[in-house]
Design a protein around this ligand. Structure first.
Ligand code: NAP
Length: 294
């Protein structure tokens, strides 16, 4: 529970999606509200009927809700109910944050910002690099646009369904002409024609409870990695991360991305600047609740 008293003036923020019970966002935002002294509480709203999404967004606006996060399966569909979309979110084709304006909500993609800040924190620069995305789903879309924005030289997208990897390459090519793009069959990862690369793991393979699974295990692929960022944060160390570390390759989980996407949404809603010390407190809390869940 938030430590602050809930009053008539308290603003509400929340998450819409289905399911939402498993979310860690209330812990992030209610802790941030306590730390920054914002008169705000955050909770989750399951929207079980997809046909009710537009009504949910309009109703939230009429009720004065300050801001919303959006999760699966609505990150694309919600765009129809907004009065504006941030250019980066437009290129990604998905929003996860709604920010209140005078006449409706504007959409942003803070997954993209969260991944950028997480990579910066680890000292990983994508500029001029070869980057391999493992996966071509929703999270990979944010990662692919980030690679192009940050000036990666080459982006290889490896996916079980190669057509989806190709369609993500096409989506990137529609906005960026300098980056070299390649779609590739995940099952043949070991024969990827690149000498070295940064890997961003964007599938849900290895996610708790199926912790023994890994999207790739071929040493021919793994040993060419310079650094690995796995978007999964439960478990703390995925099997893929473990295999990479066994080859001496630094590998991190997606907790910092989760943290920074939350911080970024909170800053957009409130105008507050979250300090590094406050973010560190939220990270400790997240680590604790993640451990309790496993
Ligand atoms: P998604 O849209 O459903 O995409 C799933 C991806 O995983 C697709 O590329 C899919 O390949 C692949 N995949 C699924 N099962 C597979 C299997 N058995 N073998 C090989 N590939 C398989 O999911 P998403 O929203 O992108 O999320 C992906 C992961 O990122 C999740 O674990 C999520 O928790 C994590 N995530 C983390 C953060 C963070 O803040 N750290 C933010 C967003 C997402 P096909 O196309 O072939 O089906």
């Amino acid at each position: 529970m938030p430590e602050q008293e809930i009053k008539g003036s308290t603003r509400l923020c929340g998450l819409i999606g289905d399911p939402v019970r498993h979310t860690f966002s209330p812990q992030i935002h209610n802790t941030l509200a306590d730390l920054t002294g914002q008169d705000l509480v955050y909770t989750a709203f399951p929207v079980e009927n997809p046909e009710g999404l537009d009504a949910a967004v309009r109703g939230a606006f009429e009720l004065g809700i300050l801001g919303m996060n959006v999760t699966v399966p609505y990150k694309q569909d919600v765009m129809k109910s907004l009065v504006g979309i941030d250019p980066a979110a437009e290129r990604i084709g998905a929003v996860n944050t709604l920010v209140r304006t005078d006449n409706g909500y504007k959409g942003y993609n803070t997954d993209y910002v969260g991944l950028r800040r997480a990579l910066e924190d680890k000292g990983i620069s994508l500029k001029g690099k070869n980057v391999v995305l493992v996966g071509a789903g929703g999270a990979a879309r944010s990662a692919a646009i980030l690679c192009a924005e940050e000036g990666a030289a080459c982006l290889a997208i490896l996916n079980r369904t190669v057509e989806k990897a190709q369609s993500l390459c096409d989506a990137v090519a529609a906005h960026y002409d300098k980056i070299k793009l390649l779609s590739f069959d995940l099952q043949k990862a070991g024969s990827l024609p690149l000498d070295s690369y940064i890997v961003i793991q964007c599938t849900n393979v290895g996610l708790y409870p199926k912790v023994q699974e890994t999207p790739v295990s071929d040493p021919a692929f793994i040993r060419k990695a310079e650094a690995v960022y796995d978007l999964i944060y439960t478990p703390e160390e995925t099997r893929f991360m473990k295999l990479c570390k066994e080859h001496g390759i630094p590998a991190w989980n997606g907790m910092d991305m989760l943290l920074w996407q939350g911080v970024s949404s909170f800053e957009l809603w409130t105008g507050a600047q979250v300090t590094a010390a406050q973010a560190e407190i939220v990270k400790k809390k997240l680590r604790k609740v993640l451990k309790e869940r496993q």
